[in-house]
Design a protein around this ligand. Structure first.
Ligand SMILES: [Zn+2]
Length: 236
């Protein structure tokens, strides 16, 4: 499993293929993808360990669908690295770690919430006294249908009202680190962050093991120059 490398949006973590995104930035400004330049995301920053394909996708499926719990330890180590990479931005001394919840029916089916296992495994690796996993902060009130194949807009509709904050006193005026297995379009993370912020969280960070990269960005590499970008455009 390879860690993502290259140039990424400093907010949502999407790969940025254009080398121009990194030039001519005014002092200290971080590069942003087209979407994050247009709409200010509700979370402070989202980061992932690797691309959601190949061996990493298989590992996540082993955990979620084959219910091989030890896979959570391997994935948790990757997640720990992601949390460490976000750490310089943390404004609070201690953070509340909140796994994205599953609907009670799914937890019953699977026997566990995989995001909760991942959060615990990562925090065990980090051994930080400043990270407090509180799984009961968020509740999934709506059992959403699978997001696969839905457009961004349909995903937003599907997610509306899916989460509620069960313990607002735990997060009021606190920074929250949201943990999930995969960041796809960011709809789930954005909806969780929205309700957390509305319930009083001062900031929401997002750490996932994997993320899907937009197809057109998958083969382009930042910094490889104009020629490659043009040849990619010509092939498209
Ligand atoms: Zn972005």
């Amino acid at each position: 499993v390879q860690r993502l490398s290259g140039g990424f949006c400093s907010v949502c973590g999407e790969r940025i293929a254009s080398p121009y995104a990194f030039s001519d930035l005014p002092g200290g400004e971080q590069p942003r993808c087209g979407i994050c330049r247009r709409i200010e995301p509700v979370f402070a920053r989202a980061a992932a360990y690797g691309s959601y394909d190949g061996a990493l996708r298989e590992l996540i499926h082993l955990l979620k669908y084959n219910r091989i719990r030890p896979a959570a330890n391997v994935l948790g180590r990757m997640l720990a690295e992601v949390i460490e990479s976000l750490q310089p931005g943390f404004g609070d001394a201690s953070l509340i770690v909140v796994p994205v919840p599953l609907h009670a029916r799914r937890v019953k089916q699977r026997g566990f919430n995989h995001s909760e296992l991942l959060a615990s495994a990562a925090c065990k690796v980090l051994r930080s006294p400043h990270l407090h996993v509180i799984p009961a902060v968020l509740e999934r009130s709506k059992d959403t249908v699978s997001q696969t194949g839905l457009t961004r807009h349909q995903r937003q509709e599907n997610m509306r009202g899916a989460f509620t904050v069960a313990a607002p006193s735990d997060i009021r005026d606190r920074e929250v680190l949201l943990v999930d297995d995969v960041f796809t379009t960011g709809t789930t993370a954005a909806e969780c962050a929205r309700v957390l912020r509305r319930a009083g969280a001062s900031k929401v960070w997002v750490a996932t093991v994997a993320r899907t990269l937009k197809a057109e960005n998958q083969f382009a590499r930042v910094g490889s120059g104009k020629t490659e970008e043009l040849s990619l455009a010509a092939r498209a």
